[in-house]
Design a binder for this molecule. Structure first.
Ligand code: FO1
Length: 328
């Protein structure tokens, strides 16, 4: 069975770790999972290319993630960061551990030789044994893309754009955002295998990643949305909101910034042209929609088992919708 998922950082990675746990323990047939990762978070720091959502997926699925943070490596040290601070190197607001630095050094070395990001990601995936897990991790595009946030200037009325990571990490998304601008997105082409993974899937799943700055960015890659509209695979999503609030991160602030209701109905509206199934929290009042099957269940991924149950429910809904579509 082929499953394709679009995913961002921490929430998406934890959900997909749960999905792998679920299929290992309850799906008889082998599962091939293709993950299309968001690269809008990517940033160049100290001359190195950092891909936060791709790395969070690598480390979480590969077993090296710092569980408490949800990003970065477990058992980290920060000697490099400490010496960079002593040198006065900027920025200091983004914590990079020594093992994490190795990922960025190696990725930058390969990119510097002209290797496309998808090939670099394949090398990094091999280090984390994703192949043995039946997982293929693809960046959404090989084209350099960066999400920036337009914020009001410092009192002089001028607007200015700052990198998404500066807004998200340094300012904890508390700086009022006017809009998101994704540099390079309009010129981006889907990375090799991305459209095929959507078209040839048995089920497509949208984990509870940020619908604006993670899933929304992947949907912005020319060709991706059309592929989702056209695929024979049912597309099942999981609401990132419980009681109108994100379980973690700042999806509510992001939705407000683009003028969308901070509800699961508001998020489903962003996916309306291709969504077939939608998991919402058990208290959520959202009714079934035209051609949209809504399933109500707990949405807290408090453990790998809870994430596995949730991912299993999403997969089961997808398989049920697929069976209903199967030619009689
Ligand atoms: N998130 C933070 O809140 N603070 C950090 O210092 C930080 C560093 C960091 C380093 C590498 C990396 O892959 C991710 C990192 N993140 C950090 C998370 C990052 O901001 C993610 O992009 C968000 O979690 C959204 O996916």
């Amino acid at each position: 069975m082929r499953i394709t998922a679009l995913a961002g950082g921490v929430g998406g990675a934890r959900f997909l770790r749960g999905l792998l746990h679920h299929v290992r323990t309850s799906q008889p047939e082998p599962v091939e999972l293709t993950v299309i990762g968001n690269t809008g978070d990517d940033i160049t720091l100290f001359g190195l290319r950092v891909c936060p959502d791709i790395d969070t997926l690598l480390y979480t699925l590969g077993g090296g993630i710092h569980e408490g943070q949800g990003w970065g490596r477990a058992d980290e040290t920060h000697s490099l960061a400490g010496e960079l601070a002593a040198l006065g190197a900027e920025p200091q607001w983004f914590t990079l551990g020594d093992k994490d630095f190795a990922t960025h050094v190696y990725r930058s070395q390969l990119l510097g030789r002209g290797m496309p990001l998808s090939a670099v990601t394949e090398r990094l995936s091999a280090r984390w044994g994703l192949g043995e897990l039946g997982v293929t991790l693809l960046p959404m595009t090989d084209t350099p893309v960066e999400t920036h946030v337009v914020v009001a200037g410092d009192g002089d009325g001028e607007q200015r754009a700052i990198h998404f990571q500066e807004w998200w990490v340094r300012h904890r998304a508390e700086l009022p955002a006017e809009r998101f601008v994704v540099a390079g997105l309009d010129r981006a082409t889907p990375a090799p295998g991305v459209l095929e993974a959507i078209r040839e899937a048995d089920v497509v799943i949208l984990p509870p990643s940020n619908p604006v700055v993670s899933i929304g960015i992947i949907l912005g890659v020319p060709g991706v949305r059309d592929a989702l509209r056209g695929t024979r695979a049912p597309v099942v999503g999981v609401s990132p909101l419980v009681g109108g609030r994100p379980v973690r991160g700042h999806a509510d602030v992001c939705l407000r910034t683009i003028g969308v209701d901070e509800t699961s109905a508001g998020v489903a509206g962003l996916y309306a042209d291709f969504l077939d199934g939608w998991l919402v929290d058990e208290e959520d009042p959202m009714p079934d929609g035209r051609g949209l099957q809504v399933v109500r269940r707990p949405l807290l991924m408090s453990s790998v088992e809870a994430a596995a149950d949730m991912a299993g429910a999403a997969l089961d809904l997808g398989l049920r919708l697929r069976a209903e579509r199967a030619p009689a």
